[in-house]
Design a protein around this ligand. Structure first.
Ligand SMILES: Cc1cc2nc3c(=O)[nH]c(=O)nc-3n(C[C@H](O)[C@H](O)[C@H](O)COP(=O)(O)OP(=O)(O)OC[C@H]3O[C@@H](n4cnc5c(N)ncnc54)[C@H](O)[C@@H]3O)c2cc1C
Ligand code: FES
Length: 255
């Protein structure tokens, strides 16, 4: 695990109030695996006190990108960072998606809103592994769709301003039932309600499925016990989202 003060290269707007921040860290860039996250100390002033976790969106040489929308204190400060500023980065953290090997030949990537975050880095790994890729992306409206660096993209919007009019899960189910991709495996990230719907469908159709969870966290590496995820069975009742996740096989957890 690396802890470093990393120089920011810039922040660019890629959708309505959606930003990509690029910082430089050869150590993170060369070691991060798709689906892992970093825990960012937003400001040297210790305000906000707690770090904020962000999935790694892309890497390019020594550059690392995260994608975020402005929600509260942490993300408001982040989106005002400029070249020459720094961010305190701890990571890479967590368990990555299982993208290489395995029995599947078609990866079905599903992202809801900023759940797109781990999909570009996952796409790069899947391409290298020679997998077929289908991507389903949903957002509330057209200008919140960020479909860069993805493959075979199908989009849905709640208000019908782009693509399928409805939820990304409905779009996905429709496509799946019409095409029945061979040897599929689902990788999904997004709001809990969306992940619940994806998991339910995956289990009903017997499709292997991993989800990346987003929830409250503090330390980010298994010390504070502040990020429990309920397990379906086994000796332990709970796993830790930061250390045992954020990616989980849906058969292991209650979403
Ligand atoms: C493993 C992991 C990966 C994550 N990856 C990303 C990512 O790639 N991109 C990204 O934008 N965020 C991501 N998040 C969420 C991110 O860490 C922050 O929670 C988010 O940026 C808000 O922080 P903030 O300081 O701006 O808001 P805060 O000041 O912490 O919160 C302001 C208010 O917004 C609510 N809130 C907090 N987070 C969310 C949310 N995600 N959706 C809706 N309401 C919320 C809070 O309950 C609070 O009421 C991830 C979280 C986890 C656990
Ligand atoms: S955030 Fe501290 S144990 Fe998970």
């Amino acid at each position: 695990m690396i802890q470093a003060e990393c120089p920011v290269l810039g922040v660019r707007e890629v959708g309505s109030a959606i930003f990509v921040l690029t910082f430089v860290s050869e150590a993170i860039s060369s070691s991060v695996l798709a689906g892992q996250f970093i825990n960012i100390k937003i400001d040297a002033s210790n305000d906000p006190l707690l770090r904020r976790p962000f999935s790694v969106y892309r890497t390019n040489g020594p550059e690392v990108e995260i994608i975020f929308n402005v929600i509260g204190k942490g993300s408001s400060i982040l989106h005002r960072k400029r070249e020459g500023d720094t961010v305190g980065v701890l990571g890479p953290l967590g368990v990555p998606f299982s993208l290489s090997g395995g029995d599947f030949t078609t990866a079905l990537l599903i992202g809801g809103g900023l759940g797109v975050a781990p999909l570009p880095i996952s796409t790069a790994v899947l391409r290298k592994a020679g997998k077929s890729i289908l991507t389903f992306l949903g957002s509330r409206t057209a200008n919140q769709l960020v479909g860069n660096h993805l493959e075979s993209l199908h989009v849905a919007t709640d208000d019908g301003t782009a693509g399928f009019h409805g939820t990304v899960v409905d779009l996905f189910k429709k496509h799946y039932r019409e095409t029945h991709p061979s040897h599929p495996k689902i990788f999904a990230c997004g709001p809990t309600r969306m992940l619940h719907a994806v998991a339910e469908f995956a289990m009903a159709e017997d499709i292997p499925c991993e989800v990346s969870m987003e929830g409250p966290m503090a330390c980010g590496f298994g010390i504070c016990q502040g990020c429990p995820v309920e397990l379906v069975d086994g000796d332990k009742k709970y796993a830790l989202m930061c250390k045992d996740g954020p990616t989980f096989d849906v058969r292991r957890i209650r979403i």
